[in-house]
Design a protein around this ligand. Structure first.
Ligand SMILES: [Zn+2]
Length: 57
């Protein structure tokens, strides 16, 4: 059984494995943003920090 929610960036539906764990990173299949699992009940995702990209000025 998968859990489902929507992407906070583009509102596309996202399903994650039922055994997903907090702080796991999942990727939106629509906008390809990395999302961090911040809560499981209910499932909540937040944009993950871009640790591999240098967004500094
Ligand atoms: Zn998205």
């Amino acid at each position: 059984m998968n859990a489902a929610t929507v992407c906070p960036e583009c509102a596309a539906p996202i399903s994650v494995p039922a055994d997903v764990f907090p702080n796991e990173i999942v990727q939106c299949g629509d906008c390809a943003i990395d999302l961090e699992v911040v809560a499981l009940q209910p499932l909540s995702l937040a944009p993950a920090p871009e640790e591999e990209e240098d967004w500094g000025e």
